[in-house]
Write a protein that binds this ligand. Sequence first.
Ligand SMILES: Cc1ncc(COP(=O)(O)O)c(C=O)c1O
Length: 414
Amino acid sequence: MTGEIGELNPPPRLLMGPGPITCDPRVLRAMSTQLLGQFDPAFTAYMSEVMALYRRLYQTENRWTFLIDGTARAGIEAILVSLISPGDRVLVPIFGRFGHLLCEIARRCRAEVVSIEAEWGAVFAPEQIEAAIRQHRPRVLAICQGDTSTTMAQPLDEIGAICRRHDVILYVDATATLGGMALPVDPWQIDAVSAGLQKCLSGPPGSSPITFNQRVVDIVNARKHVEAGIRPPDYVAGNGAPIQSNYFDLAMLMDYWGGSPLNHHTEAASMLYAARECARIILAEGLEACFARHRTASVALSEGLTAMGLTLFGDQRNKMPNVTGVMIPGGVDGEAVRRLMLDDFGIEIGSSFGPLKGRIWRIGTMGYVCRKENVLHCLGALEATLRQCGVRAPPGVGVDAALSVYRTAETKPA
Ligand SMILES: Cc1ncc(COP(=O)(O)O)c(C=O)c1O
């Protein structure tokens, strides 16, 4: 049998879709580090390092900054299921597919979900969000920072203050943006945030770094019910409704990450090694330098695509710096182009779904992939591929335009 199934040997690819992206080799190396028992002092020291690293990435003093094992939606579920008691009203401003996901998860937590919707390609003004809060009086506001389905980023700097004024808990899904653009959690008064590794953090999917503040801790601890078999002798259950998930119970997870020897689950050690390395790499580069790298790539790619005669998708003032949406020219089969890019150049770019299905490609420049040479390869490859499909741009214009953005950035004083 083993003779028939060969060793893993995937074709070399450059992943430039909306995520996952090509993983940083340092992260892959960290994942092959030998396992330790989860209560080994060396391992618990790594857990503490992870908490400290992600506090810096999230720009927060929150003690409770740790990993949820699972892909990004595991972090979303852990926060929402622990925060929302059945019947709580949750407001979700939707500006793409992942807003719908927040509604879906909140509904499964038995929230009364109300939403407002922006057209795909646009985001909300803070006044619109405040008006909806006034109208619906939610307990929780759940919103994405960047929605990869539309490539738009919602400005959040004023939303936290609005939520505090109305005594609303603010949860942000930063899966697609953490490490790629600013998210100063404490200055922006965000109560809870979750992310994933597979985008700007240059890691694989499978771990979700989260952070939350005392306002969330108070709600969660009031619902604390520790499972029989691991209850400490002095255990007193909270008065609130038990959290409806065991795996995602933040009250028990706080004990697990807080140093009590609560044997809640077996920590996904290799993912913890990965998450540790992802954060370490970004902080070694510097948060601001990392954001600037994403901004420059975004401008260079956008200029390159426009020079080729293509049209960018959405309100460019609110474009995510790490994903670019570009309209598929009329008469071109977007899937055929993606296939040729993959077969001829080994480059994966993204398609789209919902109202944008067949209308735009999404090109990711995030994390490890966000580099000058990849932007240039991608533009050159797209130009050649489009030519095969009968769309002609003057040869080299895309690459030249992007290169000139990089030249200017390189000569600017830091
Ligand atoms: C904004 C946002 N939220 C949530 C998710 C879901 O992440 P995962 O597939 O890792 O569960 C994604 C994935 O693309 C995303 O972009």
